[in-house]
Design a protein around this ligand. Structure first.
Ligand code: HEC
Length: 155
């Protein structure tokens, strides 16, 4: 009897945890963005994507200066620091949760680290940071853009 109660309790707890994880995974920010913000973000994402591709080839061929320039470009594109109007900033803050802002900051911090590692001509460190940045793309997209990137929804 006692055991059964315990088992029942554990099941309930797991169900509650499962529920909160689900809510976490499926909380896309995209529907909450204004058209203008969505456009700015997509533009930034495309430039990040092309910078990442060129960093990849520069990194594997030891072109440290190119890695540095591109990583610095990613760092400087930080959407919060861009020329957003006051209204844009308000709109953005009301559209995205704290977790999103934190992921964005972490991502740009990694880019700054990558620029540093390129300056030091440290290929191993570049490799590690590049992988961490890729992890950031997946983490943010699977958590906050799961409506568009539904192939990541289960991550
Ligand atoms: C902090 C969150 C975040 C991080 C980190 C992030 N993205 Fe995104 N990304 C978004 C959001 C939000 C959208 C969807 C914007 C929209 O459709 O309104 C997006 C969309 C995109 C798109 C589609 C752009 C388009 O034309 O519609 C590409 C490509 C992309 N991201 C690449 C990347 C790459 C590559 C990385 C990592 C190197 C990355 N993103 C990291 C949030 C993020």
């Amino acid at each position: 009897m006692k055991l059964r109660q315990k088992v029942g309790y554990v099941g309930l707890t797991l169900a509650a945890v499962g529920l909160s994880l689900n809510t976490l995974a499926a909380d896309p920010v995209t529907p909450k963005l204004t058209d203008r913000l969505s456009q700015l973000l997509q533009q930034e994402m495309r430039s990040i994507q092309s910078a990442m591709a060129s960093i990849h080839v520069s990194m594997v061929t030891g072109e440290h200066e190119r890695v540095e320039t591109k990583a610095q470009q990613i760092h400087d594109s930080f959407i919060m620091k861009q020329a957003l109007t006051e209204q844009d900033k308000k709109d953005l803050m009301s559209a995205v949760p704290e977790g999103f802002v934190k992921l964005d900051k972490d991502f740009h911090r990694l880019a700054a680290g990558l620029a540093e590692a390129a300056k030091d001509k440290d290929t191993q460190k570049q490799y590690e940071l590049y992988n961490e940045m890729t992890g950031s793309c997946i983490a943010c997209h699977s958590r906050y853009v799961s409506d568009r990137f539904d192939g990541l929804a289960e991550q």
